[in-house]
Design a protein around this ligand. Structure first.
Ligand SMILES: C[S@@+](CC[C@H](N)C(=O)[O-])C[C@H]1O[C@@H](n2cnc3c(N)ncnc32)[C@H](O)[C@@H]1O
Length: 276
């Protein structure tokens, strides 16, 4: 599909579909009706690079977090042609007319489903959606929603255990804490925890056991976490922290050895006194 994409200064075209690039938005638009699309060529090229290395991967059941205008939903649907693509978003709105026409003209009503007014941090709701929409475990999650640590981790904890072994969990824009435009002091996200924190925790979990996370691949624009074969009996109680083994921090190690030395000295004094 990537070779069908045509890039122009302010848009990406896929056959008859028009995706207006939000990053290059200008008032002189002459492209007619369109999706607004929150991705740039550099990011899409990274996806092409990743999936060309994973040409064995097929996504039959997809969950997408963060719909915006539906442009990315159409993009992912066209890429994988899954049996079912379920997308959700916090906004309390409806599908835009261009998106509705896309779905209706291709008779995709049974295969693409959108949930608005749905918070990615609402674990119970996410699990209910998966139960309702999929007869078998999903094989791909793409999180392009809040990009905040707490919410992104909540979705991961709700959905990753439900993926089929070998399934992929993608977190887009994990690296925003390293991009200059986000580092200005009055940026609205200035007080937020960068998503790097979650990426590092996932790396720690991958290092702890290949049963849970079989592999992890990081690009500048996204990170891909591959589900290992581990059975999780209580998937609804999944807590990432329980799957990370860490050596105590150096400061703690120092504290332990100081305490041990103190104890040794005390024992020594006590033994001398006893002898004396
Ligand atoms: C960057 S836009 C998504 C863009 C879209 N995937 C694309 O590539 O065009 C982020 C979307 O996530 C939604 N969002 C933000 N916080 C959310 C949350 N807590 N739960 C679900 N969606 C959220 C926003 O309403 C917005 O539509």
């Amino acid at each position: 599909m990537f070779d069908r994409l045509v890039w122009q200064s302010d848009r990406m075209l896929l056959d008859d579909l028009v995706f207006r690039l939000e990053h290059y938005r200008s008032p002189d638009w002459n492209g007619g009706d369109h999706f607004r699309f929150y991705k740039i060529k550099e990011l899409v090229d990274q996806y092409e690079n990743f999936f060309s290395r994973r040409s064995d991967f097929r996504a039959k059941r997809v969950i997408e977090l963060g719909i915006y205008d539906g442009g990315s939903t159409a993009f992912w649907y066209e890429l994988f042609q899954p049996q079912k693509h379920v997308a959700l978003d916090l906004q309390d709105q409806r599908d835009i007319p261009y998106f509705r026409r896309y779905v209706e003209s291709r008779e995709l009503g049974g295969r693409i489903k959108t949930y608005w007014n749905t918070d990615q941090a609402d674990k119970t709701r996410l699990r209910t959606i998966v139960e309702t929409e999929f007869e078998s475990p999903p094989d791909l999650v793409i999180d392009d929603a809040s990009h905040f640590y707490r919410q992104t981790r909540a979705s991961f904890e709700a959905l990753f255990p439900l993926l089929i072994p070998g399934g992929l969990y993608i977190i887009e824009d994990w690296a925003w804490g390293h991009w200059p435009e986000f580092l200005v002091p009055n940026h609205p996200w200035a007080a937020e925890d960068p998503l790097t924190r979650l990426a590092i925790e996932l790396l720690e979990a991958a290092g702890t056991s290949a049963q849970l996370i079989l592999s992890m691949v990081a690009y500048r624009g996204f990170v891909v976490v591959e589900r290992g074969p581990q059975q999780l009996d209580k998937a609804s109680h999944f807590n990432l922290e329980d799957h990370i083994i860490r050596r105590p921090a150096r400061r703690q190690l120092g504290l332990f050895s100081r305490l041990a030395r103190k104890l040794q000295r005390r024992m020594g004094t006590f033994a001398n006194r006893f002898r004396g």
